[in-house]
Design a protein around this ligand. Structure first.
Ligand SMILES: [Zn+2]
Length: 281
């Protein structure tokens, strides 16, 4: 059994403000000291998921680093039985490593979509994306990434993160997906946390249970062709995003494209983000 773990950071127990999750070289202000312990908490949760996967019989485990810069996990800290994909600017982004040979996907450290009340550090990809919709359904990273997994026939079996991240993922993908809530948001930058050791124990159990259920959990395949509507912060960002072929303006600060499948959905999304980032100062 081959398992892909998409590891984000904002949904880690104990993490609550941006200063804790911004790599020093990307920080606008002097390097935040808390980042170092926060990355330790992140890798501990990833290792817990790996232990759970091994206990469930996984024979190949790939961790795709999915947080800002995508090199927050120190390779030597990772469970030696797992492979690590790190670095950004990679095809399919947070789902790099997915293909038809993968049996199940696990999300760790996930957060709620942009604009979610009580979603700890809630956002979608960057801080200048306001909203993403599949048809009328609002989605976050969990939805974009699950659609990529679904394209390859792979189910997402477990999600770990804050309460709202878990709820939104289960709302979209179904309650069979195991949800491990490691903290409860009290706002965007405040939370009530589970102790990291307990969070890791719960993640290990959740990963194991999710993989036990993998044959019952359907891969997420929304109805294609799928209209995807993206709202950004500024009209100027949309001007640049409209350079991507197949896009059209859907409003002052929004654009739309029609995805034919989950892989194309993601590649076009990555292109839109790359183009629109030219408007960010
Ligand atoms: Zn994220």
């Amino acid at each position: 059994m081959k398992v892909l773990i998409s590891a984000d950071m904002e949904g880690t127990a104990g993490v609550v403000v941006w200063e804790q999750v911004i790599p020093p070289d990307l920080a606008k202000r002097p390097a935040p000291a808390e980042y170092e312990w926060a990355r330790n908490l992140m890798v501990a949760e990833v290792n817990a998921a790996i232990r759970g996967a091994k206990a469930a019989g996984a024979t190949e485990i790939i961790v795709n680093e999915s947080h800002d810069g995508m090199r927050n996990l120190r390779p030597g800290d990772l469970d030696p039985d797992a492979w690590l994909i790190s670095g950004s600017r990679k095809r399919l982004g947070m789902m790099c490593g997915i293909d038809h040979s993968v049996d199940a996907v696990i999300f760790t450290g996930y957060h709620a979509r942009a604009g979610t009340p009580n979603g700890v550090l809630a956002h979608t990809w960057t801080d200048w994306v306001r909203d993403v919709r599949f048809g009328d359904t609002p989605v976050g990273e969990y939805g974009l990434n699950a659609a990529v997994a679904g394209h390859f026939g792979v189910p997402v079996v477990m999600v770990a993160g804050d309460e709202m991240a878990v709820r939104q993922t289960q709302e979209l993908l179904g309650d069979e997906v195991v949800g491990v809530i490691v903290k409860y948001g009290l706002g965007r930058t405040a939370a009530r946390h589970m102790h990291p050791e307990r969070a890791c124990a719960a993640i290990m159990e959740g990963a194991q249970e999710g993989l036990r259920r993998k044959d019952r959990i359907r891969p997420y395949v929304p109805k294609y062709p799928l209209p995807v509507t993206v709202t950004l912060d500024t009209a100027e960002a949309v001007d640049l995003a409209l350079l991507v072929p197949g896009t059209e303006r859907a409003g002052d600060t929004s654009l739309r494209y029609v995805a034919e499948n989950g892989e194309e959905l993601m590649l076009r999304w990555q292109l839109i983000i790359a183009a629109a980032s030219g408007a960010v100062r």
